[in-house]
Design a protein around this ligand. Structure first.
Ligand SMILES: Cc1ncc(COP(=O)(O)O)c(C=O)c1O
Length: 348
């Protein structure tokens, strides 16, 4: 129970917190990985913790169907479909993106999970049309917002922060810096609140990958816009949980966020991100994704190499999942081009 809200237990928690020995030795800092990619439905990922709380809320409201939205390759949509499948609910995903010309990556999994994906021209009218269609068919629709980031969804990461604090103390790294990806913000804000709530000494660094300013290449503009968005979200959360929020005292100065790793656009193919994906795979056999976790891990490697993360300090990298992203066409073509030398065809 977090802030008076229950969940449906879906996951095998806690997820592991493990030291990455090879990377630590190589970088000269102590790197730990919180394996939220090892959450147990449909290739896993951070959205499942949020969905434990959404599912309870949906069940309490008598819902028969979950409808959510996002990019065509939304990890959140795939995991919403997974939870719906497992708990006997219908599901649909609405996206404003164009059909990418192939059923790959998350779209493939959405279909396998039996979840229709609606490619609409305009989100407002498209979303409503999809909700109306299923309502007319007799479904009781529960709408889950993009990325699962609202007052309910972030509870999953309040809980995760408390879990992490306990694990980190147990390993003697209770004052580590925690690097986490910021997309729709629920993971970051939930963790920030959770760490405050349990009096943790862990500090949170948010690596933003989803531009909040008009110009995705404008780092400073994105930082300002993200700070505003986080402040608004935090205010909504405080209003929603008035009997708990008094003690948090979170101010904009608490938002330790970095917008340098957007790299000019959301979900773009970036060679330096692929470099750290190869690095982590080859050192630790951990696969990260090109859209979210690759950018965050790049910040960790850069920090160690530049000295902005001091030698010997403790860092926790939040692995929030996203594996299917490597099978998206525009990432796959780059990966295939670079990995072709590993293919020895008819050599012997
Ligand atoms: C793999 C992965 N990591 C991190 C995030 C960011 O989480 P949030 O949207 O809660 O900021 C997402 C969001 O889609 C994701 O799919």
């Amino acid at each position: 129970m977090i802030f008076g809200h229950d969940k449906v237990e879906i996951l095998h928690l806690p997820t592991p917190l493990e030291r990455l020995n090879n990377v630590s030795e190589d970088l000269g800092i102590n790197v730990y990985c919180k394996r939220d990619d090892l959450t147990n439905l449909a290739t896993g990922g951070n959205k499942l913790r949020k969905l434990e709380y959404f599912l309870k809320d949906a069940q309490d409201k008598g819902a028969t169907m979950l409808i959510t939205e996002g990019g065509a390759q939304t990890n959140h949509g795939r995991l919403t479909a997974a939870v719906a499948a497992k708990f006997g609910l219908k599901c649909a995903i609405v996206t404003e993106d164009k059909y990418p010309g192939e059923i790959s990556a998350n779209l493939l999994l959405d279909g396998m999970l039996g979840c229709p994906v609606y490619f609409v021209k305009d989100m407002e009218t498209g979303r409503q049309a999809v909700i109306d269609k299923y309502t007319a068919e007799g479904e009781k629709v529960y709408y889950v917002p993009m990325g699962g980031s609202n007052e309910i969804g972030m509870l999953g990461y309040v809980e995760c922060a408390m879990e992490l604090d306990k694990q980190a103390r147990g390993l003697g790294i209770g004052d580590a810096s925690v690097y986490v990806t910021v997309g729709s913000m629920g993971t970051y804000l939930g963790m920030l609140i959770g760490l405050k709530e349990c009096g943790s000494d862990l500090s949170l660094v948010g690596i933003n990958v989803l531009p909040y300013a008009e110009d995705a290449a404008d780092e400073a503009g994105n930082e300002t816009a993200l700070r505003e968005a986080l402040s608004e979200y935090y205010k909504r959360v405080c209003d929603f949980f008035p009997e708990y929020s008094d003690s948090w005292n979170i101010t904009p100065e608490d938002f330790n966020i970095v917008t340098h790793y957007i790299h000019g656009a959301y979900n773009n193919a970036v060679d330096t991100v692929r470099d750290v994906m190869y690095y982590l795979a080859r050192k630790e056999a951990i696969i990260i994704d090109p859209c979210y976790t690759g950018k965050t891990f790049e910040a960790v490697v850069d920090g160690a190499e530049s000295g902005s993360i001091k030698k010997g300090s403790d860092v926790i990298f939040m692995h929030t999942g996203g594996l299917p992203g490597i099978y998206t066409r525009h990432h796959r073509v780059e990966l295939e081009r670079e990995l072709m030398p590993y293919m020895h065809i008819d050599e012997f």
